[in-house]
Design a protein around this ligand. Structure first.
Ligand SMILES: C[S@@+](CC[C@H](N)C(=O)[O-])C[C@H]1O[C@@H](n2cnc3c(N)ncnc32)[C@H](O)[C@@H]1O
Length: 310
């Protein structure tokens, strides 16, 4: 059965793209970032768009729907963003504002009571002190919840990326599992004729040392590498590892080097080739949005599973 859906914290549209591929009708997408809404609208013109802070949304004015999908901000929960400890020993809670976006999901569920909920986040969200209370709030509204950590590369995405998908259902628990399909390589996503190449000799010592380490362990002339301390490169025959919003991935080709193009980042997330980006854009916004996206093929698989359940 087809489902109507809404996409909260819709970003550049990974979730909506996947749900639409599955045959869901995404009625509404909301986000407070104008670049995200512009990109989303460009690709999903039939969806209603709301440019708004979802912590202040009037959900009573939203249409009814079967599936409420939400990807609240995850910056406050990821391992990389644990609260900084000051010299005094006091923990600086810099991300509380972002954490509070999770409560918008409870507000939406209370007002709209869709049959299904999907809440996507980093697995570390479960370390949030209020996570058990947040779950209890949804359970008090009648939702049966399951926690599912899924790996995107098992859903046909050329990226090994783990995320938590909390599924809520008013009619009984729905569990998700990674399909048993072989992983696919990232190599074919690279267009060697494009991009701004630089000679490896012009790089700083850190990246040069990383590239040398990749070569020393037999990766050959061509491989990908993440610009983080200690990375040793990755063979093109493997799925790339997690794409983040920090623009860290690059390709090595003999004596030249460049970061991934925007299109290669889109491919790494499994967006279709037809996916468009606004003419006026900053690369940093695109990479940030893609690094935070749900890979469309994962959303598609989850949409199909829920449609079969309905
Ligand atoms: C994890 S990303 C969502 C990705 C999206 N599901 C996708 O597949 O592309 C979270 C998004 O929430 C947005 N956001 C953060 N706080 C918000 C708020 N208070 N109200 C609305 N949107 C918010 C951010 O701009 C970001 O685009």
């Amino acid at each position: 059965m087809s489902l109507t859906a809404v996409d909260l914290f819709a970003g550049l549209g990974g979730t909506t793209t996947g749900l639409s591929m599955a045959g869901c009708d995404v009625l509404l997408a909301a986000n407070h970032w104008s670049f995200a809404v512009e990109t989303h609208r460009l690709n999903h013109p039939k969806t209603e768009h709301r440019l708004q802070d979802l912590r202040q949304a009037d959900f009573a004015s939203w249409p009814d729907f079967d599936l409420g999908w939400a990807s609240p901000s995850c910056q406050g929960h990821s391992q990389a963003a644990q609260p900084a400890r000051k010299a005094s020993g006091k923990v600086q809670r810099t991300h509380d504002l972002l954490r509070s976006t999770a409560w918008a999901v409870v507000d939406m569920a209370e007002v709209k009571r869709p049959r299904f909920l999907v809440i996507e986040n980093v697995a570390d969200v479960r370390r949030w002190t209020l996570y058990p209370i947040w779950k209890m709030a949804l359970e008090a509204l009648g939702y049966h919840l399951t926690e599912n950590v899924l790996t995107a590369s098992r859903w046909g995405v050329p990226q090994r990326r783990k995320r938590l998908f909390v599924v809520g259902s008013l009619t009984g628990p729905v569990t998700l599992q990674d399909p048993d399909v072989p992983e696919i390589a990232f190599g074919p996503c690279i267009d060697w004729t494009l991009g701004h190449w630089r000679p490896i000799t012009s790089l700083q010592e850190g990246p040069r040392r990383r590239i040398a380490r990749g070569r020393a362990r037999g990766l050959g002339e061509r491989f990908v590498i993440q610009n983080v301390t200690g990375h040793r490169g990755l063979a093109l025959s493997e799925p790339i590892r997690t794409i983040t919003g920090a623009d860290q991935w690059a390709v090595v080709d003999g004596d030249r080097y460049r970061t991934l193009t925007e299109r290669e980042n889109l491919r790494a997330m499994s967006f279709p080739e037809s996916y468009r980006l606004p003419e006026q854009r900053r690369r940093g916004d695109v990479i940030l949005g893609l690094g935070n996206a749900v890979p469309p093929l994962v959303a598609k698989g989850i949409g199909q599973r829920l449609m079969a359940e309905a």
